[in-house]
Design a protein around this ligand. Structure first.
Ligand SMILES: O=C(O)CCC(=O)C(=O)O
Ligand SMILES: [Fe+2]
Length: 358
């Protein structure tokens, strides 16, 4: 029934247009003729006729094959030329609404001279350091890309990955948890040797980086080198994007009152090893207050900043990849820190064993 009816109606339409043509010759209007034709030859099912007549494109199998091959070829090209990370990468760094400036990007090299982004010190915050005769003479953020050699940085990176994986920890109460894992050097010095994931060659390299960090910091911020002590915030860190998350904006000295300078040697590279994950200081020059001034981390890039109120900062949300670093935070209070890595190791190895806490 149905196919027959459809066949008939298609014919009717054709006839109607034939009538249309004829009637035009006879001088009657096109509209009239169409209506007449319809009325005469197609008393019902007007709608049905129309839909049947317009959906008559039936591609042959070979046309379909050509179409699918074309789509397949084009998407193949797209996936070949655009890396998958780029395709799945969400919008990068810094909110759209907020203005920002780059302090330093990965294509720049900072060395042999240290770069200092000078920010006026928040003097009241350093009264204890002042009393100890070790107040910073200058404040802000320094950048230096030649702390150790690239080959040494690559070894430190391997160390970071292995140690965080083997004996790293996270803290369910800290704002950075889930995405941030770390391993404190005092844990490394205690458990790392015992569990054979750290050796004397590794120690020498960590010591070298720590001594150079101390020298650059002392000279750049004008703090007596002998006053600088390593706190227990001496650690390898690893960020992975487990959940949508951006580190909260903070001031290091508010979190740990005894700090004077915080420093970091990044061991992986922005937009290569990871996406997002830049470090943003709210101190951009010639801008409204608290405008982000953003550093793109890269392997062997060293940054250090005075820990006071002049330096609010945050780590931006990591979008993909893995971000490794080595952090040293300093105090000038000799009761709360150690002079060097040997002293930190001696202190760590004297700690009582605790299987639940490194
Ligand atoms: O990981 C970073 O780039 C900065 C970390 C930080 O804010 C800190 O250690 O105080
Ligand atoms: Fe910080």
């Amino acid at each position: 029934m149905a196919p027959n009816a459809g066949y008939k109606e298609i014919n009717v339409v054709h006839r109607a247009s034939a009538v249309n043509n004829n009637n035009n010759k006879n001088g009657s209007s096109k509209k009239d003729v169409q209506l007449n034709g319809d009325r005469k030859q197609r008393p019902s099912n007007n709608k049905k006729t129309k839909s049947k007549s317009t959906s008559s494109w039936k591609p042959s199998n070979s046309t379909l094959m050509t179409l699918f091959s074309f789509i397949f070829f084009v998407s193949g090209l797209i996936f070949y030329y655009i890396p998958i990370e780029k395709l799945i990468k969400a919008k990068p760094i810094a909110s759209d609404k907020e203005d920002f400036k780059w302090m330093v990007t990965t294509d720049q090299h900072v060395g042999p001279n240290v770069f200092l982004h000078d920010v006026p010190c928040h003097r009241p915050g350093y009264r204890r350091e002042r009393a100890a005769g070790a107040e910073p003479q200058r404040c802000g953020t320094l950048i230096y890309d030649e702390l150790v050699s690239l080959e040494e940085a690559a070894r430190l990176r391997q160390m970071a990955a292995k140690l965080v994986y083997e004996i790293g920890e996270t803290n369910p109460y800290s704002r950075e948890s889930i995405n941030l894992h770390w391993v404190n050097l005092h844990t490394v010095f205690k458990r790392g040797y015992k569990e054979k994931v750290f050796n004397e060659t590794d120690f020498k390299l960590v010591k070298k980086a720590s001594e150079r960090a101390k020298t650059v910091i002392a000279e750049t911020f004008g703090i007596p080198r002998n006053s600088l002590h390593f706190t227990t915030v001496a650690q390898f860190t690893r960020y992975r994007p487990m959940t949508r998350y951006s580190q909260f904006r903070h001031v290091d000295k508010v979190r740990v009152q005894s700090l004077i300078v915080t420093s970091i040697l990044w061991l992986s590279t922005y937009d290569y090893d990871f996406g997002g994950g830049t470090t943003s200081f709210l101190t951009a020059p010639d801008s409204p207050p608290f405008t982000p001034y953003i550093v793109q981390p890269k392997i062997n890039r060293f940054a250090a900043w005075t820990s006071g109120w002049e330096n609010p900062h945050e780590v931006m949300q990591l979008l993909w990849g893995e971000r490794l670093a080595l952090i040293f935070a300093f105090t000038v209070n000799p009761n709360l820190g150690e002079k060097n890595m040997e002293a930190l190791r001696t202190w760590a190895q004297a700690l009582p064993d605790n299987p639940f806490y490194g």
